[in-house]
Design a protein. Structure first.
Length: 199
């Protein structure tokens, strides 16, 4: 696999991310599995993608196991949790060794307050959903098209992901939740070059 540029912010960050994804057989396999479901709007992102990138940038030979593989879809006509469970079951049958977690982003507003303590408006699109994820470095996702093109969804850009920075995304995440995440994730233990930006 060709080396990535040493600079923290490559001149073509989208291509750099695509190169990392293409260089990971297990992540590509996960993208193929989700693509086979033929969903109208979907992507894989958040922590699984962050782990992949930061492992590569740190030169780790062994990948950091993701707590889950976040599959985001957007289906406004199916807001029931059974829809998510059915997709997750199908993925578990296709790739039983992977920790799948499917979330219909069109339904997030229905449970967000009970989980995080404050209400939010319904999301209008998958792109807006990715834009709301907790940190700028995790507000990034990828999708594999039928022609094998890798689409990068990065509403806030790729600087934090490729520059290995943890910074609160204020779109939906409270300061308290961000601080709890930083404490829980212990980024420096696995990726010592990561910079955590406090708030």
């Amino acid at each position: 696999m060709p080396p990535l540029p040493d600079e923290p912010h490559p001149r073509d960050p989208v291509r750099a991310l695509q190169q990392i994804v293409r260089g990971s057989p297990w992540f590509l396999d996960a993208l193929h599995a989700v693509r086979s479901l033929r969903l109208a709007a979907w992507c894989i992102g958040a922590g699984a993608l962050r782990n992949l990138v930061w492992d590569r940038l740190h030169g780790h030979a062994e990948p950091t196991p993701p707590a889950d593989i976040d599959v985001a879809c957007f289906e406004a006509e199916r807001l029931d949790r059974e829809y998510e469970r059915s997709l997750q079951t199908r993925l578990q049958v296709l790739r039983p060794g992977l920790p799948w977690e499917v979330t219909n982003q069109a339904a997030v507003h229905l449970w967000f307050e009970a989980h995080f303590g404050h209400p939010v408006a319904p999301l209008p699109s998958l792109h807006d959903a990715v834009a709301s994820w907790p940190e700028y470095a995790t507000a990034v996702a990828v999708r594999l098209h039928d022609d094998d093109r890798i689409e990068v969804i990065a509403p806030h850009g790729l600087d934090d992901l490729l520059g290995m920075a943890v910074r609160r995304n204020p779109v939906r995440v409270s300061v308290q939740t961000y601080r709890e995440r930083v404490q829980q994730k212990r980024y420096a233990a696995r990726w010592p070059r990561v910079t955590v930006i406090p708030c």
